[in-house]
Design a protein around this ligand. Structure first.
Ligand code: GLU
Length: 279
């Protein structure tokens, strides 16, 4: 089977050397083996994504020497696909509407005195999971905004034990409970990172998901969603992250290592590829 990988940036800032590493990692994993490399624009967050960042990142990646089939998939143009997947999950009875505000969640966690922690902080305490059908119907009738969360315990029980294969970590047992009842559709956007990435990787025929180790834990949930939605599981390769001189992971705020800044300083694409770990 021919390898299909993708690089899936969010256009919320300029690409830096860490992104170049990730893009080149995916590109080599496919193209060096006769496979295909895709670019996907993850722009579901209208408050943070900007068209000029998309334009600039495409220009930066082309300058770096990468290419990919057009047109690129832009998530904001495929909300119907995510809606359909969400309906399928709803019909399995593994989701619930969550009316909590951020503040109510914080207060509930403070009241409880402790909360289990996931990779991104304290887990959602499950307040709205306990609502009765009548309470839910009443809040929906009152047009209270709601997010949709996965009932991760119920979903995991119904899916049974799951594993995935990571090229670096080997066979990994999926433990989606570490992420708690994650949001599948936000109040302001009818999807979430977890849902749209799982749907897109499937619809685009991605066979090898390459991305940074910072997203390793997210794969536990993606694997569960694949099982619930009846998707085959791709292989994974979570790669190490580039760090700055202080040993911290590169971030969009590290302006000095943005591809634009390196280019303006006269670096060639070959030099930048070498700085990103691919001489
Ligand atoms: N859009 C995500 C990001 O920019 C990457 C998603 C993925 O590779 O799964 O961090």
């Amino acid at each position: 089977m021919s390898i299909v990988t993708r690089f899936a940036p969010s256009p919320t800032g300029h690409l830096h050397l860490g992104h170049a590493h990730s893009a080149l990692f995916g590109w080599h994993a496919a193209v060096d083996h006769g496979g295909r490399f895709l670019l996907r624009i993850e722009d579901i967050d209208p408050a943070r994504c900007r068209p000029e960042f998309e334009r600039d990142l495409i220009e930066d990646l082309e300058w770096l020497g990468l290419d990919w089939p057009r047109p690129v998939r832009r998530q904001s143009e495929h909300l119907d696909d995510y809606r359909a997947a969400l309906e399928r999950l709803d019909s399995l009875g593994v989701t619930y509407p969550c009316f909590c505000t951020r503040r109510e969640i914080e207060e509930e966690i403070a009241r409880a005195g402790h909360a289990p922690h996931g990779p991104d902080g304290p887990l959602y305490p499950g307040t709205c999971r306990a609502l009765t059908a009548g309470e839910r119907a009443d809040r929906i009738a009152r047009r209270l905004p709601f997010a949709v969360r996965i009932d991760v315990a119920r979903a995991s029980d119904s899916a049974g034990p799951l594993t995935w294969h990571d090229r670096a970590a080997g066979m990994v047992p999926a433990t989606p409970r570490v992420l708690g009842d994650a949001v599948l559709a936000r109040k302001d956007v009818p999807t979430s990172y977890h849902l749209s990435v799982t749907v897109d990787d499937h619809l685009q025929g991605v066979t090898l998901v390459t991305r940074g180790k910072d997203l390793f834990c997210a794969t536990h949930l993606h694997r569960l969603l694949q099982a619930l939605l009846g998707y085959p599981t791709p292989e994974y390769h979570h790669h190490g992250l580039l760090t700055n001189e202080r040993g911290e992971r590169l971030a969009k705020r590290d302006r000095a290592v943005s591809l634009r800044a390196l280019r303006a300083a006269g670096r060639t694409p070959a030099e930048v590829r070498a700085m990103a770990g691919f001489p």
